[in-house]
Structures are given as C-alpha cells and as structure tokens.
Design a protein around this ligand. Structure first.
Ligand SMILES: NC(=O)c1ccc[n+]([C@@H]2O[C@H](COP(=O)([O-])OP(=O)(O)OC[C@H]3O[C@@H](n4cnc5c(N)ncnc54)[C@H](O)[C@@H]3O)[C@@H](O)[C@H]2O)c1
Length: 319
C-alpha cells in the first residue's frame, strides 16, 4: 500500500505516520509547516518517523501544490492538513480557514479522483455538531456548528460526500472528539494547563469548568483513522471517534492535580465565542463498521501527556 498523509508534521498526523510506517507501509507525508504554531515543534514531531526508509516528506501547501503529481501511485490518503483551533477562526482569520480547510480539501478530493486514489479518510471534528440537546451525540443529528472553524470542517465533510456520490471516490469522515496525548498542539487546553504548572505560571480556564468533553487519547484516534483507511467500502460515510467517557473540565483538573502532585494556579474567564457547552460521542457506528473501541483511560492518557511535557519543558526545548 502506498499511503499519503497530509498534515504529517502535526500532532495527530505524525503519530499516524509512525503507526503506518511501523506496520510496514511506505508513507509520503505532505505538510507546509503553517505558522499556527512553531515549525521547530513540528520538526520535533517528525523525528519519530525520519529514520524509516519508507518515509518521504514533501513540503507543499495543498492549496497551490501540483497535487496530481504528488498523488500519482498513491492508494490511500489520510487528509489531516487543516487550520485547527476554534477561537482563532473568527474575523479576518477566517480567510485561512476557508482556504486551507475548504478549498484545500476540495483540491485534495479533485486530485484524488483524477489520479485514481482508492480511499480518502478525512479528519473531521466534533465541532461540526455545535450545541445539541441529546447525548451522546449521534452521526444522524443535524450539524449546526457554533464556530467558523466548525463550519469549515463541515464544509470539508460535505465535499467528501459529494465526491463519493458523484465520482465514486471512496471517502470516509471521522469526527474526532478532543484528541490529547504526547505532541498535543500547544494551543490545546491540557497542554496549556500542564505547561503552566511545569513553568510556574497561571492558567486561564474559559467558562465555569462545568462544560463536559469527550476526550480521545491520540493512539485511539490513530487506530480508528488507520483502520478506516484499510476498510474497502465507504461512500461518504461519517463516524464519531471519541474516547468513551464524558467528563467535566473541573473533574479533569482534579485528575491533573493528582498526577502533577500539586494545585494548578487557575484564573477563570468568561466562555469564549465558539466553545460548545458539552460533547459526548456515540461511537457505536465506528465499532460496527471497523471495530473501533477506545482503549486508553483518561487517567493513563493524561499521565503520558504529562511525562511528555516534562521531557519538553523541563529540558528547555518547548515550542
Ligand atoms: N487535535 C484535535 O483534538 C482535533 C479534533 C478534531 C479534529 N481535528 C482535526 O485533525 C487534524 C489534525 O489536527 P492536529 O491537532 O494534529 O493539528 P496540527 O495543527 O497539529 O496539524 C495540522 C498540520 O497540517 C499542516 N497544514 C495545515 N494547513 C496546511 C496546508 N494548507 N497544506 C499543507 N499542510 C498544512 C500544518 O502545518 C500542521 O502540521 C485537523 O484536520 C484537525 O481539524 C483535530
């Protein structure tokens, strides 16, 4: 299998590449090292895969690269490249979300069908749901995103469905629910809380802390993504990928304080525009379709993220 991963230098993309290479497949990785966070951090992410002879990195932006040329001979594409982040997607910034997440996805789909790619797995997000009334969230709920980021990810999903129906391109969208673990993006909450503790700084908590989330450890998200790509018969299907439990942010902070061995210094601020109140994934469809069962508990997963961040910030190489 010739496998291509867009967004390979990112948090989830680098773990996915590691997993696919370890299984004996070749990987072409595409990334343009956006400035959403430091290039240095992404280069460190790639250290986990550079030593594999089957790994090739192409530095290119999916918005203007010659994708037909890059995709020639590729069987499966895992499309993870995107501008992430809910809070920064308002205002003039939306330009980059619409370019990278919508136009970029459309270009990836066009080239995939032209070059005979067999399957495309799209990294979608629980942000497409917005605020729903019924939990856990099921894929059949009508999505009403509450952030421009969520709108851009939903547009990408809809494009995947269009290309499946009109061109018989096998596409599948995975709605990740807050992924965490080693290499988590520096703008994400767990990373920020742990970093602040390790560096004796104050953390900001947006909202009361009563908001609940379904947190997914990165190896579970990667397993789901990898398995979905190997399956043969998707046609625009959509699946939730969650961690298996819903917990309030206040409860997570208690667990974190236990692992870190001391209190976090928290400043509480108002809820930010675009933040959803609650998330919880119904993952029964992913289980039935490709055997997805999350394996890593929140406690174990947080311990791994803390260990990783200690190695980063306590050695002075943080990004
Ligand atoms: N991390 C999460 O909790 C989460 C939750 C839901 C969905 N997702 C989705 O999963 C995917 C990966 O997220 P992540 O947290 O690893 O983010 P990340 O920012 O760490 O990784 C994304 C990578 O894509 C690259 N990239 C962005 N735009 C590009 C472009 N136009 N051309 C080439 N490369 C480009 C970036 O340089 C980066 O290395 C994204 O599509 C994101 O929307 C993530």
């Amino acid at each position: 299998m010739r496998i291509l991963i867009t967004g390979v230098a990112g948090f989830i993309g680098s773990h996915l590449a590691e997993r696919v290479l370890a299984d004996g497949h070749d990987v072409v990785g595409v990334d343009c090292f956006t400035d959403y966070y430091a290039r240095e951090t992404k280069e460190l992410n790639l250290n986990s895969v550079r030593h594999f002879p089957g790994f090739k990195l192409i530095e290119a932006n999916i918005v203007d690269a010659d994708l037909d040329n890059i995709f020639k001979g590729i069987d499966i594409i895992y499309h993870l490249a995107a501008q992430a982040g809910v809070r920064s997607s308002w205002g003039a910034n939306f330009r980059i979300y619409s370019d990278y997440n919508i136009l970029g996805t459309q270009r990836v789909l066009e080239s995939s069908r032209r070059t005979g790619v067999k399957r495309l797995v799209y990294a979608s997000s629980s942000s497409v749901y917005g605020d729903v009334d019924d939990f856990p969230m099921h894929e059949s709920v009508f999505p009403r995103p509450v952030s421009p980021y969520g709108v851009s990810k939903l547009a990408g999903e809809n494009l995947c469905v269009l290309y499946a129906k009109n061109y018989n391109l096998s596409t599948v969208s995975l709605r990740y629910f807050t992924v965490y673990g080693p290499r988590q993006r520096p703008d994400m909450a767990f990373h920020k809380f742990i970093r602040s503790f390790l560096c004796n700084q104050t953390s900001v908590l947006y909202g009361s802390g009563d908001q609940t989330r379904d947190f997914t450890f990165v190896s579970d998200a990667v397993d789901a993504t990898y398995m979905a790509g190997l399956k043969q018969d998707f046609s625009g299907d959509i699946f939730n990928i969650g961690g298996g439990s819903r917990i309030s942010v206040n409860s997570v902070l208690n667990i974190l304080e236990g692992i870190l061995g001391g209190p976090l210094d928290i400043r509480r601020c108002e809820t930010q525009k675009g933040d959803v109140r609650h998330t919880a994934a119904d993952t029964s469809a992913a289980k039935a379709a490709f055997g997805y069962i999350p394996k890593v508990s929140l406690e174990k997963g947080l311990e791994k993220e803390v260990d990783w961040l200690k190695s980063v910030y306590c050695c002075g190489i943080g990004g």
